[in-house]
Design a protein around this ligand. Structure first.
Ligand SMILES: Cc1cc2nc3c(=O)[nH]c(=O)nc-3n(C[C@H](O)[C@H](O)[C@H](O)COP(=O)(O)OP(=O)(O)OC[C@H]3O[C@@H](n4cnc5c(N)ncnc54)[C@H](O)[C@@H]3O)c2cc1C
Length: 781
């Protein structure tokens, strides 16, 4: 299957069924193929405005064939589209009017916003007036906004349409313009004289179209059926019809139109319903699981040697370790997701760059930093064993029971109980349930109408949903300044740079990544994120959220309000430990997560790994870590211990993050901005060349807690290293200090040095001169 771009083809109301009908009717010839299954996808407003459509090509047809087909498809769908469009516009307008009325009654204060809207208020980011600002849908409120009135732009004026060519004009004004060449020809004078233009107006102008063979008058011109010509009044045999026949034909035409209208209405209702289903999520938990694999739990084995609870990174890493130590191991993984195991980091980064190039594949392929391509999924579908056959396979393998939730574990009897009561016994079991995104009270307690517009971000479904919003909507607001929120803000801003959607980022802290980065670097990062096109609103929180027409009205702590189409809540994650209570397992009171010993065991033969584990770090004390590397390594160690290796977990895991294409960092140990920090950066020379290696001076930054002190590198005393002056934190290393020891290291745009950082932390000693330690990192190299 591939995605095939049908540039210039408006496919909004022209679904597969119509195309198929036309293929079958022979309107669309399909040389050499009897069956065409080309699913035309609904395109976004953005795509419509830029005359772009796309289709999923699962026909097996080659691109050449599709290219040959394209003009026919266009010709076939165009007349259908016009009638559907009219109906759609009408219904949409009425729905909006009704909804607006309803909302006005519900939220009277929203009128203030509407007035602001009318005044074309300014960008929230720049507005310091303290007045209410409706940023999102205000026409002209931001530079990226379209000039049309939002939310009902598609029902824009038809009043100037001259008589007898309403349909034609409507199409010309349609947000879904036809192929450029059609437009050119239609504006060129002979509106019905061109084949495609004829199709456009065939419905309204068919009489005059027939007449234009002999008429001097332009078809569709004023009187329509008039015209002069030798055949005027001729009863049959040609272009001019008798009155009766004309009436009959008109009636037939009207009947046809009515049928098409009804079809369109049905289609619109279906589309609306589909959209509603996609949108209606319980505070953002996208995509309820529709079905399970296998169909019922009764088809699952009653006993397995290895049972993994959770279908994420830690679980799959444990499987790999088990399999490499016990080659015929039979492993059952139970996940409440509907997918096979996959990794999450690219969801907020690389996948958006694939999406920007229009390259999102079914298996979510993305380009790694090495340049190599890979899928989000750890293994392809064929790799996995059918869960119903797991116990019969000679060579073992991993089977994934998808869509099943574990409710309880009996660690003494080795029994796992599913939500429907089905029990599976195990020899060795791993809990790798990860964590679930948190929401905010303001949304958790909101009305269903508000919740519909609020989502969290953790899965491919969330990616798909957010991408759809980015393609179709006008504003997205990300709440939270942590890893996911900041990464997503940058990725979305990049993805949306040629689109009309505006990205906002709101958080109560003073800067991006403030829990990790020292204040000066957090402030610098915030400016960097803004420069990527994100409207960052620090020191801002949401007091109230109301549904306003089709959007959300967020009332902010500064008295302003922001209208937005969707809110993505990225305020951290809570370990999935609900089974602890039913299973008699201990959860750490302050850190959360299942408490495990050094071997990652919660109870005998019951292990915990990944985000959900709260483990003891001999160097840094009890910890819980939500990072990919920790999931991989702790999952691997748990897997090894499940086959009896009895290893202790003392790996110092690392993490990484990217903020757009220019900023990337890696961290290890306790990377916590509340600790005292010392940062050593390479600064550009006073006469910088546009070369990344032209970095000759070094600045040392000290920070910690709320304030930060700045010292000058003794080697280069002339370097002014006040955060305000240091306009560039190109590359550097930041040490996080506790009891004068380095407990955490952050490598800022410095790569391939994490091993060295790990060694330094593991040395667990005091250093007299951190400059000397910094030199080891060769920040100028
Ligand atoms: C968008 C995003 C970007 C990220 N980027 C980075 C990054 O750049 N660098 C980095 O180091 N880390 C990153 N992370 C964090 C990293 O992905 C996680 O730490 C890692 O996925 C944790 O793996 P896990 O296996 O412990 O949990 P998960 O991957 O969350 O897997 C847990 C699984 O258990 C299932 N489950 C839960 N409860 C039950 C139950 N009762 N019954 C059955 N199944 C259950 C869940 O549905 C899920 O499938 C990112 C995370 C996200 C969401």
């Amino acid at each position: 299957m591939s995605i095939y771009s049908l540039r210039g083809l408006n496919v909004r109301f022209c679904r597969q069924a119509y195309i198929l009908a036309h293929v079958r009717a022979g309107v669309v010839p399909m040389p050499g193929r009897t069956k065409l299954r080309l699913s035309l996808c609904e395109c976004s407003d953005q795509q419509l405005n830029s005359s772009r459509g796309y289709a999923i090509n699962n026909t097996g047809a080659t691109i050449d064939e599709l290219n040959r087909l394209k003009p026919y498809l266009l010709a076939a769908i165009t007349p259908l589209r016009s009638s559907h469009n009219n109906l759609y516009q009408m219904v949409k307008k009425r729905t909006l009017e009704a909804r607006t009325k309803l909302q006005r009654n519900k939220f009277p204060n929203n009128q203030a916003c509407e007035e602001e809207k009318k005044k074309k208020s300014t960008n929230v980011c720049n507005d310091q007036s303290g007045s209410t600002v409706c940023a999102s849908p205000s026409p002209g409120s931001t530079t990226t906004r379209p000039s049309t009135t939002p939310y009902n732009s598609s029902s824009s004026s038809t009043s100037s349409i001259p008589p007898c060519k309403p349909q034609f004009e409507k199409i010309a004004k349609d947000p879904c313009p036809p192929k450029p060449e059609v437009q050119n020809k239609t504006t060129g004078g002979s509106k019905c004289g061109v084949k495609n233009a004829e199709l456009l107006q065939a419905k309204d102008c068919n009489i005059s179209k027939r007449k234009n063979v002999t008429s001097d008058k332009k078809p569709c011109d004023g009187e329509g059926a008039g015209g002069s010509g030798s055949k005027k009044g001729a009863p049959s045999g040609g272009s001019i019809m008798g009155d009766d026949e004309a009436t009959r034909k008109t009636r037939m035409l009207l009947a046809l139109l009515a049928a098409l209208g009804l079809g369109g209405l049905l289609l619109w209702l279906l589309t609306r319903r589909k959209q509603k289903v996609a949108d209606s999520t319980e505070c953002g938990t996208t995509a309820a699981i529709a079905s399970t694999v296998p169909a019922t739990s009764a088809e699952l084995p009653k006993h397995v040697p290895y049972l993994l609870i959770g279908g994420g990174t830690a679980g799959f890493s444990a499987f790999r370790a088990i399999k490499s130590n016990d080659p015929r191991a039979k492993v059952l993984m139970i996940t409440n997701e509907s997918r096979k195991p996959y990794m999450r980091p690219p969801l907020s980064k690389e996948l958006w760059y694939s999406a920007e190039k229009g390259e999102v594949t079914k298996d979510y392929r993305f380009k790694q930093w090495t340049g190599a391509e890979r899928s989000l999924f750890f293994e392809p579908e064929e790799f996995f064993v059918d869960p119903t056959k797991l116990m019969e396979t000679v060579n073992g393998g991993i089977a994934v029971a998808q869509g099943f939730t574990v409710k309880k574990i009996d660690p003494a009897k080795h029994i796992v109980t599913l939500a429907d009561g089905y029990e599976i016994t195990y020899d060795e079991c791993l809990i790798a349930t990860g964590c679930a995104p948190k929401s905010l009270d303001v949304f958790a307690q909101a009305t269903p109408g508000v919740k519909e517009k609020v989502m969290v971000y953790r899965s491919p479904d969330d990616f798909e949903r957010l991408k759809r919003y980015a393609d179709e909507k006008k504003s997205i607001t990300i709440v939270g300044n942590g890893f996911t929120g900041s990464e997503l803000a940058c990725s979305l801003a990049n993805y949306a740079k040629d689109k009309k959607v505006k990205i906002y980022q709101i958080f109560p802290e003073s800067g991006n990544m403030s829990k990790v980065l020292p204040t000066y670097l957090s402030n610098w990062t915030t400016a960097k994120v803004e420069s990527m096109g994100v409207c960052v609103m620090p020191e801002t929180s949401i007091k109230n959220a109301q549904r306003d027409e089709a959007a959300l009205k967020l009332v902010l702590n500064n008295g302003k309000s922001l209208l937005t189409d969707v809110v993505v809540v990225c305020v951290g994650c809570e370990p999935n430990t609900s089974i602890a209570l039913t299973s008699g397992l201990e959860v750490d009171k302050s850190l959360g997560g299942f408490v495990v010993n050094a071997e990652l065991e919660a109870r005998r033969n019951l292990f915990v790994a990944g985000d959900a584990s709260c483990f003891y770090d001999p160097l840094l004390g009890r910890r819980r870590v939500e990072h990919h590397d920790h999931s991989v390594v702790s999952g691997r160690l748990a897997g090894e211990n499940m086959v009896g290796k009895k290893k202790a977990y003392n790996h110092q895991s690392m993490f990484w993050s990217d903020l757009g294409p220019e900023v990337g960092y890696e961290g290890i140990g306790l990377v916590d901005a509340s600790l005292r920090t010392v940062g050593v950066f390479a600064l550009p020379t006073s006469n910088p060349e546009p070369r990344t290696d032209n970095l000759t001076e070094t600045a040392v930054m000290e920070g910690g807690g709320s304030g930060s002190t700045v010292t000058v590198n003794p080697e280069t005393p002339d370097v002014k290293c006040d955060p305000k002056d240091a306009d560039e934190y190109g590359r550097g290393v930041i040490f996080y200090m506790k009891d004068d020891k380095i407990v955490g290291i952050l490598l800022w745009n410095l790569f391939n040095r994490i091993g060295l950082a790990r060694t330094i932390i593991n040395q667990n000693k005091k250093y007299d001169d951190l400059n000397e330690v910094a030199k080891l990192f060769e920040i100028h190299a």
